[in-house]
Design a protein around this ligand. Structure first.
Ligand code: CTP
Length: 415
């Protein structure tokens, strides 16, 4: 269901969606999206690629939107002249529907060679893509990788539906239902900004403890959960510092990134930044032990003999931060468990002086390492709530909702 118009106060200036339309048979459905958004009181400006114009005339979009349609940076008629930077700035949301494999590839690689790609590159507004293409193009690893890159930068993707496609194939690639796209657009337009100006530090990913110049001790943390929290906090208006271990994810745009390798590095960075924060979320997976001695040369195999590696304990970063935590800070940790989940998590909550712990059974299907979903229990000192299986992005949203409640309980005001 579409977010109702009454959510907008009557004296607010109209929200603006810049609708990018790229060339595919689904172009005609963009007209319907435009109308659905207008019915919700949204002002829509349209930017089309040259190929999109082969399917539907710019005149159709110009008539429907009541605004000139921007087509090409150099060849547009003077009367349609719309400065692409002005359009990029005007957008409260930049929605591209349908989005072809071509525009997805260009955005992932930072190519700006026409009106649409330059405008979307210049915008600071949230971006949403509703892809539509042939199944083979959708399944192509290049397309999937490009989408992952864009998603990790905070671009919202409305995945295509399965169905009978114009090319005669059946499978994924059909533009999602226009009502669903309009609904998702409305959700982003009216997303919460309840962390405006609040300083949030998120730690994410594994540490690496060297054994010799070619080997290290690490763990299976992918960093996905921490990155999802950083992205969600940034979208809600927070000033985000992301301390990150070695992961293969791109950091969300606009976030301060501080890399770390070892647990000691993480501790040093966390101590440097912790004091300035309102919220600290320790989602990293630091190694509890490191090699007592790091060999200067590659350790050679000794045939037939066991290998003994002596390890020494690393500092507990969360416990150290917990000791220094001020009353006006909210501190959240994670507990990755394989058994007795809540009992272990409760123990860590107290021991590390956390305000909340996010406990998960990493052996449960759909939870834990390197998957895009999670099943978690949010535990504070006096309450506990288990969330159903959901995407890590949705888990991130629920964690931040709980953090905002904790801040309200502590009577903490926004800066
Ligand atoms: N943590 C930390 N420093 C460490 C180990 C863990 O800051 N050296 C943090 C993690 O980031 C997490 C919380 O403490 O937020 C719990 O981590 P976890 O690995 O579940 O627990 P441990 O305290 O390491 O205990 P154990 O490994 O025995 O379960």
């Amino acid at each position: 269901m579409i977010v109702p118009l009454k959510l907008m106060s009557s004296n607010t200036t109209k929200m603006c969606v810049v609708l990018g339309v790229t060339g595919g048979i689904a172009v005609y459905k963009a007209c319907e999206i435009l109308r659905l958004l207008q019915k919700q009181g949204i002002d829509v400006y349209v930017v089309m690629t040259k190929n999109a114009c082969k399917f539907v005339s710019p005149l159709t979009f110009e008539t429907l939107s009541g605004h000139p349609v921007a087509v090409d940076t150099f060849e547009r008629p003077a009367t349609w002249e719309v400065e692409h930077i002005a359009l990029a700035k005007r957008a409260d949301l930049f929605l591209i529907a349908p989005a072809t494999a071509n525009i997805i590839g260009k955005m992932a690689c930072g190519i700006a060679d026409d009106m649409l790609s330059t405008t979307v590159m210049a915008t600071r507004a949230p971006i949403m893509l509703a892809p539509a293409m042939n199944t083979g193009m959708w399944d192509n690893p290049a397309t999937q990788q490009n989408l992952q890159t864009l998603a990790s930068r905070g671009v919202h993707i409305v995945s295509p539906a399965n169905g009978y496609l114009a090319c005669g194939d059946t499978g994924a690639g059909k533009l999602e239902d226009v009502a669903v796209i309009a609904q998702r657009a409305m959700e982003v337009l009216f997303a919460k900004r309840d962390l405006e100006g609040v300083r949030v530090m998120v730690t994410a990913g594994p540490t690496r403890e060297a054994i010799d110049p070619v080997r290290y001790i690490s763990n299976r943390s992918s960093g996905k959960m921490g990155y999802a929290i950083a992205r969600a906090a940034q979208m809600r208006g927070a000033d985000v510092t992301l301390l990150t271990g070695p992961v293969s994810l791109s950091a969300p745009q606009g976030v301060r990134v501080v890399p770390f390798t070892t647990t000691q590095d993480l501790l040093d960075a966390a101590l440097e930044y912790a004091d300035a924060q309102d919220i600290i979320i320790q989602a990293a997976a630091p190694a509890d032990y490191r090699a007592k001695e790091i060999a200067g040369q590659k350790i050679k195999k000794k045939d037939g003999e066991d290998m003994v590696l002596r390890l020494v304990e690393n500092p507990d970063v969360a416990a150290t931060i917990g000791k220094k935590k001020r009353e006006d800070q909210v501190f959240v940790g994670f507990a990755a468990e394989t058994n007795d989940v809540t009992a272990h998590a409760q123990g860590k909550l107290m021991k590390k002086n956390l305000d909340m712990i996010v406990a998960n059974d990493v052996t449960a299907p759909g939870a834990g390492f390197d998957v895009n979903t999670n099943i978690v229990t949010l535990m504070t000192r006096d309450a506990m709530r288990t969330l159903p299986l959901m995407s890590k992005d949705d888990v991130a949203g629920c964690i931040l909702d709980a953090v905002v409640s904790l801040r309200n309980e502590k009577n903490l005001k926004h800066p």
